[in-house]
Ligand binder design. Structure first.
Ligand code: DAH
Length: 346
């Protein structure tokens, strides 16, 4: 900005040069030159000459204030979007990227560790594994599993639903329809369907030592010609005996699930006390593990499988519960707590 009064123009030039060199930019507003210009106003004859001079002094002050304000405003340089999967902040200059964290400083989460052990057993028994998604829809969560619309059984799976109708799955049974459709050609080629499905599931729970809002399940699906509940019990017995390194007995008792008929809850004889009763089995001699049953013909039909020709069984259980039993862990909430003191013990 140019000033009509020579003394103001000279002062403005001088002050702006000084401003560039100042550490504390605000000091420019206390410059003696500026005070002197204000003092000078009254030396002008009252009326237009004084008003003109006064207005220019004020304009200079405003110009300096703007400079100060700009110098104090945080500088906005565009930042690269954050890649949450990167092992360091992508906005750090390339030559300052930290090295990858050494693997020795971390370890697998106990649930992952245990899941691998369990999956290994099922691989050796001839099962494939398929992972379940962490966001799903009504069809896979309910309809394909023979839950009629508005059926009260839906209330047992109280979970989180978005306004668009997406569902945080409350169990891994959401995958039954998908795996049956996927492996139907194998079934019809005479190979049978035998799949286990690990997955993360979510429930609207009142949290306590035995209930978490987020946990892991392992689902199993087996379909072939001539399959009956004896095969179901034998399969569960075989894997649990391998898992506990000890021959366990299996007990099933009637239960209700819309997707199986008949439906059961299954329990294993306590491998820690051989049914004598101990604190792990709450002195009952048995450990309840999950749900199972013969796949409801409606569920087979939803997957396009001929329910006259083929039958099958399915089960589902919580992985954390197994880990809790194995390591005598008293509270399920430890698993999602990210508490290193807890994790390092395992
Ligand atoms: N989805 C059931 C639950 O989370 C568990 C279950 C029961 C799974 C019976 C099955 C089954 O595959 O056949 O409570």
């Amino acid at each position: 900005m140019a000033y009509a009064h020579r003394e103001i123009e000279t002062a403005a030039k001088k002050l702006k040069e000084r401003f560039d060199k100042l550490d504390d930019k605000r000091a420019i507003l206390r410059a003696p030159e500026l005070t002197a210009l204000y003092e000078q106003i009254k030396t002008f004859p009252a009326g237009k000459p004084r008003a003109d001079f006064g207005q220019e002094v004020n304009a200079l002050k405003t110009e300096l204030e703007d400079l100060v304000r700009q110098s104090l405003a945080p500088r906005r340089t565009p930042l690269a979007p954050i890649d949450v999967t990167a092992p360091f902040d992508v906005n750090t200059p390339a030559d300052k990227h930290p090295a990858f964290l050494p693997a020795k400083d971390g370890s697998r989460h106990p649930v992952t560790q245990e899941l691998r052990t369990v999956l290994d057993i099922f691989y050796r028994m001839g099962f494939n594994a398929e992972e379940s998604p962490e966001i799903d829809d009504d069809y896979h969560m309910f309809t394909s599993l023979n839950f009629p619309p508005d059926h009260p059984a839906r209330d047992d799976y109280d979970t989180f639903i978005t306004e668009e109708g997406l569902i945080a799955p409350a169990h891994t049974s959401t995958m039954q329809n998908r795996v049956m459709k996927k492996y139907k050609p194998d079934l019809e080629a005479g190979q049978g369907i035998h799949v286990v499905i690990p997955g993360r599931v979510f429930r609207n729970e009142d949290l306590d030592a035995r209930h978490e809002h987020t946990f892991y399940q392992l689902e199993g699906v087996y379909v072939d010609e001539g399959i009956n509940a004896g095969h179901l019990v034998a399969t569960i017995k075989a894997w649990l005996s391998t898992y506990f390194h000890k021959e366990v007995k299996i007990k099933i008792q009637p239960f209700y699930f819309p997707f199986t008929e008949p439906s059961f809850e299954f329990a294993a004889s306590c491998p820690f006390c051989d049914e004598k009763g101990c604190n792990i089995c709450s002195y009952t001699g048995w450990i309840e593990l999950g749900g199972c049953g013969m796949i409801n013909p409606n569920v087979l039909k939803q997957a396009g499988i001929d329910s006259q020709k083929y039958t099958g069984f399915a089960w589902g259980f919580g992985i954390e519960r197994l880990v809790m039993l194995k390591y005598n862990i008293e509270d399920i909430r430890h698993f999602e707590s990210a508490n290193l003191k807890f994790l390092r013990q395992l």
